[in-house]
Design a protein around this ligand. Sequence first.
Ligand code: IPE
Ligand code: IPE
Ligand code: MG
Length: 239
Amino acid sequence: MQTRPKHIAMIMDGNGRWAKKRLLPRAVGHVRGSSNVRSIVQVCVEHGVEYLTLFAFSTENWRRPEDEVSTLMDLFIQYLDKEVGEMKAAGIRFRMIGERSAFSASLQERIASAERETSQNTKLHLTVAANYGGQWDILKATQLWAQENPNTSLSLLEPQELKNYLSTRELPDPDLLIRTGGESRLSNFLLWQMAYTELYFTDTYWPEFDRAELEIALDWFSKRVRRFGQTDEQVLEEN
Ligand code: IPE
Ligand code: IPE
Ligand code: MG
């Protein structure tokens, strides 16, 4: 029986409300949220999690006020500037999924360099989803498949085949999704990939989501019975 998630996906939500509760500007919430990433990555490493995928910026987040979008972009740059050296030393492989062509040249360069610098690492695969949308991912994968298979009818496309064209083609599907900030929705995150993911929602705002909170989620996950469409009896027999 699987007790520990191999791949955790996280929707880091609640930065703005965390700040508002303290009468602080939303940007302060984002700063705190960004610095929380480092400690959560560390806890995941300690727990032997192999893949961690973080939702940092959705395709819909461009609709926010311009100054907030620009704060978020600056924080992404700062995060990479600060963390790449340490990720490299700690065995963390960095990847970004999402449409990066919308980012500034300097951010794109940093992303490419972080991916390159850490490409030999295998301890933890850290993937940041930025300008990412699940619908975008599925559509893009279908278009790519059609481009590469111009003489094959789309009606022959199978789910297992499409998987190889998604931006997550190098990652297993998430076992556990954690969403902080009290909302029980997916907000266009890994729609295809989370078909059988265990969904965990907590009211805790992202800047306050710490080791203890993560360990509660891991404990909750360890008690789930994953049937993948089968019966309890079949699952018991297999384990
Ligand atoms: C998550 O926090 C960060 C991003 C979506 C980029 P929010 O900024 O959504 O915080 P709330 O939901 O307004 O509290
Ligand atoms: C989801 O949070 C996206 C990220 C955490 C990056 P949002 O705050 O954008 O989600 P909605 O708009 O409340 O669904
Ligand atoms: Mg939010």
